[in-house]
Ligand binder design. Structure first.
Ligand code: MP5
Length: 218
């Protein structure tokens, strides 16, 4: 069994909590409150923006063969930002001007710190885990979302075949990096997967509940 399959099995309970999160279920069922979905849009827009310097910081550590796919990922992220802007216009949401929530801020710092401080295999693990998490999460939404929903373009973006292919590439490369890593590095990679999935759950939870900072609630 490859590293990715092994880790999905090892952290099955965490993946299950993520994929059954009430935010995803309510979005799938069309019962998500507009304000909650708007909160996710505003906060995820900040996350996607931060994902660009995250990937850019991976490039100097990456093997030459990864430069083109990583550059492609940056281009895709710019398009994704346009997707958010287009959807926000359609539903009348102001994307800009909201500061990051505590959870979004923490997750973004985790992204950037990992890119700058960790080795390539560990940072690539974070990229894989975050992309795999969104691919699987939006497949849950796709399984019940009405065709006419304004959120269908998000489904197409993350649950569609082009993204599936990209996640498949990440998986194959991560399996190879893990096979070449030593025991201690492989363990850090495994921890990165668990931590990333915990952040993903926290992010859905924040979108569902609030974007305040601890101790500063009104
Ligand atoms: C992704 C995302 C997917 N947009 N937001 C969170 C909280 N996790 C993962 O990453 P990308 O870079 O938008 O494909």
């Amino acid at each position: 069994m490859g590293f990715c399959a092994e880790q999905l099995e090892r952290h099955a309970a965490l993946w299950h909590s993520m994929l059954t999160h009430p935010f995803l279920i309510a979005t799938r069922d069309g019962t998500i409150a507009d304000e909650r979905f708007a909160r996710w849009m505003r906060q995820d827009y900040l996350f996607v923006e931060a994902a660009i310097p995250f990937i850019a910081a991976l490039v100097p550590k990456a093997p030459r063969a990864h430069w083109r796919p990583l550059a492609g990922a940056i281009t895709a992220l710019e398009k994704e930002l346009e997707l958010f802007e287009g959807r926000a216009r359609v539903v009348g949401v102001e994307l800009r001007g909201t500061p990051p929530s505590f959870v979004a801020h923490a997750y973004i710092q985790f992204l950037l710190a990992t890119a700058l401080r960790a080795g390539y295999a560990e940072a690539f693990t974070l990229l894989y885990a975050a992309e795999k998490a969104y691919h699987e999460s939006w497949k849950v939404v796709r399984s019940g979302l009405e065709e006419t929903s304004p959120w269908q373009p998000f489904v197409e973006n993350w649950a569609g075949s082009a993204f599936a292919e990209y996640v498949g590439w990440l998986e194959g490369e991560l399996d190879r990096l893990a096979a070449a890593a030593g025991e201690a590095e492989r363990e850090r990679m495994a921890e990165t997967i668990a931590l990333t999935v915990r952040y993903e759950i926290a992010f859905w939870q924040m979108a569902l509940t609030d974007e305040s900072w601890p101790g500063l609630e009104e």
